[in-house]
Write a protein that binds this ligand. Structure first.
Ligand code: GAL
Length: 635
């Protein structure tokens, strides 16, 4: 497969006289794709029922004539102002009960039937008009579901939809009372109509109530997306994508992804480092112009799983962004490195955001490939270099990794609903483990929580999975390799109760979590072999083999055969030992990489990425700052 580059473009932002020249420059730069349309509803339908497609017809024709392929976005993330008059109750409502207003974007409630019908109408018109257009080669539904905290809505609209969802799930209020444990604090309901949303209660609402509300809210996103995908598919054979985000767990991306051909995500490494990462001040300073060396890779692997192998970068940071606490300029070379890293993880395409920096409105401080005056910005030449390198580089394929890490969105909700310790965050835990694997130079596949086939993997990890699914438990029982489960895995029933017999209830492993404790960050638990447990630990009663023990005598890692249970959150030093030994048992070659140097193998090549601002010498090769080095693997 040919790997390609692209860019996000907004023809409606620029005089039409400029389009042809823009298109010619994109093609000359070596770009293949142009994503357009996703915020253009007010220009497509300026008044209800009055449609103006002419400009979009001409924009697509102009781009197509230059040899570019269009990704056409449905414009449903930005309903025009008149829409609010037609559906005043379509605005989402925040936790405090305040409606979220018009004047930016994503001002809608996923559960609103009237708005869904409007989306169905505009998507139908768009798909009918462009479904067979030869230049429209892919679609994008909406834009960044969940962005700006928009999945949870505490509106009357959501309340009614939630009650219906509960009635379908439980059939009777008695069954719901039993499942939630509503005898506690006299919370029994006699009718589904009595049930409220879990915000604005006096103290915490029942965690089972919250969990169902989170599942419901996720289902609303899935339904909203499916509606659009089904319409597009009736009119077009082109693949459909959505652009997901970094560190967003508000809905089940695997469930949305099941309705789409391609997963894509929007990668803003410097924004994420500043805005979305627990890391020391030193780490943030060291990588301030490069981004965290693992954050992008994690999402590449995650979205490869969400897309069942097919994934893109739909938006790639090209320079300073506008939305993080601090918005530095990337180190020269990073716009190239980030693209190559995505390709090494199997991306089909990388699209930069955006073509030209806008001189107006909210994102005027956000860089593009061009400055507002159309002169090239630094990333312009780096994109051109990647395009030339891609032309010379044979297809590198996507490697089958030997290490697998399970990722489960419902567990993110579970530990948000019931953290039990301020620092217990699901993403943080999984990402910490992922970083440990990457420090050892390992390529990782991320797996969905209902994965039934572990055969390709010598090492499987499932930290913090609240409820292990039946298929995964069966696959673990049959698995021949090494597995590392926990901490806090299989700790809840599907109804969000504590299972009895007590967790972790793993096939053939005689261990019981007798007690758990959470700890402030400055109260670590030292381990006998060095390193420590932080944030969270479990006290295990066990007759299994004890591999790691705390200085106070409580087991921390126990095993029967290849199946291991980890009873605490290891710090980096303990994690490195635990993972290195797991690799040795699994027969995996681990190489401890220097800080900031990362490796990822494709099917044919090993790639090294230098995230440091200094050159690094490794394996006899010196890689410059922000440099990429690749080398063919022995067949
Ligand atoms: C993304 C979004 C784009 C643009 C970009 C700026 O989250 O999809 O429309 O706002 O961020 O970095």
């Amino acid at each position: 497969m040919k790997r390609t580059l692209g860019v996000c473009y907004y023809p409606e932002h620029w005089p039409e006289a400029q389009w042809a020249e823009d298109a010619a420059r994109m093609a000359a730069l070596g770009l293949t794709w142009v994503r357009i349309g996703e915020f253009a509803w007010s220009r497509i339908e300026p008044q209800p029922g009055t449609l103006d497609w002419d400009w979009l017809d001409r924009a697509i024709a102009t781009l197509g004539a230059a040899g570019l392929k269009v990704v056409l976005g449905t414009p449903t993330a930005t309903p025009p102002r008149w829409m609010i008059d037609r559906h005043p109750d379509m605005l989402a409502v925040d936790r405090q009960g305040r409606a979220r207003g018009f004047g930016s974007r994503r001002h809608y409630d996923f559960a609103h039937e009237g708005y869904r019908a409007e989306c169905g109408r505009i998507v139908t018109l768009m798909a009918e008009r462009y479904g067979r257009n030869p230049h429209v080669a892919a679609w994008q539904t909406d834009n960044e579901y969940a962005c700006h905290d928009t999945v949870l809505s505490f509106s009357d609209v959501s309340l009614r939809a939630f009650r219906n969802w509960l009635a379908r799930k439980y059939q009777s209020p008695q069954a719901l009372n039993r499942a939630w444990g509503n005898v506690f604090w006299s919370m029994d309901y006699a009718d589904f109509e009595e049930i409220g949303l879990p915000n604005l209660t006096v103290t915490e609402a029942n965690p089972a109530h919250w969990m169902d509300y989170r599942r419901f809210a996720s289902d609303m996103v899935v339904e909203f997306n499916r509606l659009q995908a089904e319409i597009i598919r009736r009119h077009s054979a082109a693949p459909i994508a959505h652009n997901y985000m970094g560190r967003i767990t508000d809905f089940d991306h695997f469930a949305v992804g099941a309705d789409l051909e391609i997963a894509s995500w929007d990668s803003y490494p410097l924004g994420f480092l500043s805005d979305r990462l627990e890391a020391s001040a030193d780490h943030k300073r060291r990588f301030v112009r490069q981004g965290d060396p693992d954050f992008q890779a994690f999402h590449h692997d995650l979205y490869r799983a969400v897309g069942r192998g097919r994934w893109w970068i739909m938006e790639q940071q090209p320079g300073p962004v506008n939305w993080a606490p601090y918005n530095p300029d990337p180190l020269p070379g990073m716009a190239r490195l980030w693209a190559w890293e995505a390709f090494a993880h199997g991306a089909e395409a990388v699209c930069y955001f955006r073509w030209r920096q806008a001189p107006f409105a909210q994102e005027q401080m956000h860089a593009g490939l061009l400055r507002p005056d159309s002169a090239p910005a630094p990333a312009f030449d780096e994109a051109g270099q990647v395009a030339r390198e891609l032309a010379e580089m044979p297809d590198q394929g996507t490697a089958q990794a030997r290490v697998a890490l399970v990722f489960d969105y419902a567990s993110a909700w579970a530990w948000e609903v019931q953290p039990q310790g301020r620092d217990f965050d699901y993403f943080r835990l999984v990402f910490h483990i992922y970083k440990g694997l990457r420090r050892l130079g390992l390529s990782v596949d991320i797996l969905p929580p209902d994965c039934a086939d572990l055969a390709p993997y010598a090492l499987v990890l499932a930290p913090g999975v609240a409820t292990l699914s039946e298929p995964l438990l069966k696959a673990l029982a049959a698995h021949q390799g090494q597995a590392l489960i926990g901490p806090r895995s299989n700790a809840k029933t599907p109804d969000f109760a504590t299972p009895v017999p007590l967790p972790p209830n793993l096939p053939g492993l005689a261990a019981t979590v007798a007690r758990v404790e959470s700890l402030p960050p400055d109260v670590p638990v030292p381990l006998a072999r060095g390193g420590q447990v932080l944030h969270w630990r479990e006290k295990l009663e066990t007759t299994a083999q004890v591999v790691e023990v705390a200085e106070d005598g409580w087991p921390v890692l126990v095993a029967t055969g290849g199946l291991h249970y980890l009873a605490g959150w290891p710090d980096a030093a303990a994690l490195e030992r635990i993972l290195s030994e797991a690799c040795a048992r699994a027969g995996l070659a681990a190489e401890r990489l220097p800080e900031g140097l990362r490796r990822r193998d494709s099917a044919t090549h090993a790639f090294w990425f230098n995230y440091n601002s200094d050159p690094i010498t490794w394996g006899g090769v010196t890689i410059p700052p922000a440099g990429v080095h690749w080398q063919a693997l022995a067949p």
